[in-house]
Design a protein around this ligand. Structure first.
Ligand SMILES: [Zn+2]
Length: 408
């Protein structure tokens, strides 16, 4: 079971576009903010492959409005597709489309399209591409993307799509229980071109994330919203130690097991929160905010307490609703965001209200220790060194939580 916590995918982003360049579907979203949000728009001061900084670099796919996902099912001579290619498609849709609709409060209209509804046969055998976990874009994936473009080109106008999903026949490569191959190459303007457009944002899904618990039909699709999170510029939140930094509080941390949502920070970063739903607290003093549940549309979603130009604390209210189906101790989740820590190295760290408690869930593939991390009424998060307190003052009958922030 330990292997299961080392979930999914490396992600390899490659730098930034030169000024003025564009790729299909790429381009900075308009991040809702005011001048008052400035101190909370933390940025990396050095080169970071994939950063939690705000706003996201414009080389990734746009994460609001209509996003067209070219979705191709591929197979190989040494791993011929079994059954209908559209059955493979139906392992991920319409669930992935609905997941994004729910998480984004309807702001991301994700449209998967299958102009080629059959298995697309690659010219080389799976073995010849040399695909393994952690394989870089060059040479194996470059060759594979080139071959995909060439094979699909007669039936596909690549200019019509924002992102590419490649659903590989599940009999190619190892079981996901042994090695998770699924991977995304994001923000990559050097990728091979189709119809003159670099295929810059592509997610590959291999095998099946089936832990044998009988939940595959409900939860097996979740690797795809995770991989697509990368094409929208989000880093991996699990680390070499597994899900111990963020637990089950974001699908970029854990995408096996029960459904979960994005952090409020990610929703702001993706352009899914209005400016008035995010409060920035840069100055000394005491202020209060009524947080509404993150899963519910409308109201205050996020309070950010910046520490410096690259780090800050964020607070949000998590309940069992929407995409969050395993929450066992609803309350105010508090976490530290560091824009200068790279993907997979722990750019977000949840602050545990009940350290070493063992947690409140035994759900499979849910990091237990952090499952009871949220702060409940009467509990206070303190960073005494930085002179910051976030106190949960109470809850109202509508289910909103009042938090009081004190800064020295
Ligand atoms: Zn990932």
């Amino acid at each position: 079971m330990t292997a299961l916590t080392f979930t999914v995918s490396t992600s390899v982003g490659t730098g930034r576009l030169p000024p003025g360049a564009t790729t299909a579907g790429a381009g900075p979203i308009t991040l809702p903010h005011t001048a008052g949000h400035g101190p909370c728009m933390i940025r990396a001061t050095r080169e970071v492959q994939m950063s939690e900084g705000i706003p996201t670099s414009g080389s990734y796919a746009r994460s609001t409005g209509t996003v067209r996902a070219l979705t191709l099912m591929i197979d190989f001579s040494d791993a011929p597709g079994e059954g209908e290619a559209l059955d493979r498609f139906r392992e991920f849709f319409p669930q992935t489309r609905q997941w994004f609709r729910t998480s984004s409060y309807g702001r991301l209209d994700y449209r998967p399209e299958t102009p080629i509804p059959t298995w697309l046969r690659m010219p080389k055998s799976f073995r010849e591409y040399g695909i393994e976990r952690g394989a870089p874009f060059d040479p194996g994936y470059r060759t594979l993307v080139q071959d995909i473009v060439e094979a699909a080109d007669p039936d596909v106008d690549f200019r019509a799509y924002d992102i590419l999903n490649v659903l590989v026949t599940p009999n190619a490569g190892p079981s996901a229980l042994d090695t998770v191959l699924s991977v995304t190459f994001a923000g990559n303007p050097e990728a091979p071109s189709g119809d003159g457009i670099p295929v810059a944002n592509a997610s590959f899904v291999y095998s099946r994330q089936d832990d044998g618990s009988g939940s595959y039909d409900r939860t097996g699709y979740r690797v795809l919203p995770h991989e697509n999170g990368h094409v929208f510029g989000l880093p991996d939140l699990y680390t070499a130690e597994g899900g111990g930094a963020v637990g089950h509080w974001d699908i970029m941390s854990e995408d096996w097991g029960a459904n979960n949502d994005f952090l409020g920070w990610h929703k702001w970063k993706l352009g899914w929160l209005d400016a008035e739903q995010v409060h920035c607290v840069p100055a000394p003093g005491t202020t209060e905010y009524a947080l509404t549940p993150l899963a519910r549309a409308g109201g205050t979603k996020l309070v950010v307490v910046p520490l410096d130009s690259r780090t800050g604390y964020a607070a949000e209210l998590r309940t069992r609703a929407g995409n969050d189906e395993s929450v066992c101790r609803p309350g105010v989740l508090i976490y530290k965001v560091d824009a200068e820590v790279d993907t997979g190295m722990g750019p977000v760290r949840v602050q545990d209200a009940r350290r070493d408690s063992g947690g409140c869930t035994r759900a499979p593939n849910v990091h237990a220790e952090l499952s009871d991390a949220p702060f409940r009424p009467g509990e206070t998060f303190r960073d005494t060194r930085r002179g910051i307190e976030i106190e949960v003052v109470g809850a109202d009958p509508a289910g909103n939580f009042l938090v009081r922030v004190k800064r020295d």
